[in-house]
Design a protein around this ligand. Structure first.
Ligand code: CMP
Length: 145
């Protein structure tokens, strides 16, 4: 399956893009799509629509639009759907960096729940909803081997 990650604005500014992508690549996960993008409130609102109305929603949107993000579609087609989601979530770590294991992206680089380095689709359904917000089908490559 394919899943989406977004390297958040503060992580891009900190120069963590290469390090983060490397962590996935070292597991054999491939990049099927990649772009640098300046989000606006409309597109960030679509991504985070399930959080609308929560106390942190407005600041989450403001944080996501303050400077460019790097968005990748990760190709985990050699794994079944549940294993793919589980592996990506394991590489990323728990939502709150103070609870994320060391060795995970958030555990190694994150500071607070609102500064948690990276967004990753948390289910097969979320990936199917989130990928088309940022990528057209023809922007994603298929690997033959
Ligand atoms: P993520 O799970 O990728 O997508 C929703 C984001 O909202 C989450 O990462 C955090 O960055 C942020 N978030 C979730 N819960 C809180 C909270 N209690 N306070 C502040 N930010 C939060």
């Amino acid at each position: 399956m394919k899943t989406l990650i977004i390297i958040r604005p503060d992580s891009v500014l900190r120069g963590l893009v290469g390090e983060i992508l490397t962590r996935f690549e070292k597991h054999g996960i491939r990049i099927a799509g990649l772009k640098v993008m300046q989000l606006d409130k409309e597109i960030a609102g679509r991504l985070y629509e399930i959080h609308k109305g929560k106390p942190f929603y407005d600041s989450l949107l403001n944080t996501m639009i303050e400077s460019p993000v790097v968005i990748a579609v990760l190709d985990t087609d050699v794994l079944d759907n549940q294993s793919a989601i589980a592996l990506v979530r394991r590489i990323v770590g728990a939502t709150d960096p103070s609870k994320a294991e060391m060795g995970t992206i958030r555990g190694d680089f994150g500071l607070r729940i609102d500064m948690n380095i990276i967004h990753a689709s948390d289910s097969v359904e979320a990936a199917a909803r989130e990928i088309p917000i940022f990528f057209r089908k023809e922007e994603l490559v298929k690997y033959k081997c």
